[in-house]
Design a protein around this ligand. Sequence first.
Ligand SMILES: [Zn+2]
Length: 309
Amino acid sequence: MLRALFHAQTAAESGEVPVGAVVVRDSDGHIAGEGRNRREERRDPTAHAEIEAIIRASQTLGGWRLTGCTLYVTLEPCIMCAGAIINARIGRVVCGASDTSGSGGARLLEENGVAVLWQDSEECAAVIKSFFRERRKRMTDIKLVEARTEEQLKRTAAIADEIWHEYFPCILTPGQIDYMVEKFCSVEAEKRNIADEGYIYYIIKHRDRDIGYTAIKPDGDRLFLSKIYLLKEERGKGYARTVMDMHRAYAAEHGFNAIWLTVNRHNESSIAVYRALGFEKCGEGVTDIGGGYVMDDFYFELKVGGGAQ
Ligand SMILES: [Zn+2]
């Protein structure tokens, strides 16, 4: 369990929900496989600690049947992992802490003849608790500061310039990046957007640091999310969700019934983020933006407000 806890702590340091797992062969105590949660890193909902440990153990032991093995895991497995444990024929699971959200994984295991032991380790419970406490704390440190002054708009333009040249080279040509940064993200473009179209620009701040920027614009009964950019080192920490929650609250407060956005159809990682945030594809289109370039986009929409509409 100490080994599993070590993996959980490593996961926490990488910004992952801290869960670690180890598969041990009962006959000789040999560690056959280890794993940790890598859901954010892999952008994969199935990249749980138990799954990784089971895959590794199968490779080590040369077969998918892990009979005669025990899986140690810092947190009660979810039902997906419980299913994998059952399929791997693992006979025994030792959990370091129960899942207080009520995943039902332990019950599913027991119903299928897997012995579940509770080690009730304080460290295992603490690693999860302190991770979520820290994360909540970090989220409340996020602020949106409206960019109005020349200096603030220069700041957002500089952030755009940095992010476009870092992020888009795998999707767009250098020529198109320069063209689009100049056309859509320069200070002049921002001023035009604010004056003519009612755009609102915000610098995203974490405490006193600028970590990105975002821009919205009213568009009929929907709110158009023009941009949500986070600097490279600030991604994968859940900040996009916090900013989106703020936009949602704004939209609800101002009577918009949805937030919509456009995203390059080849921008797979952003599309994955938008889907995870609850956006659904609502259209697609190619827009001529001059200079011999086009924007080849999908349109995504997020309904605002509760209930079926
Ligand atoms: Zn799981």
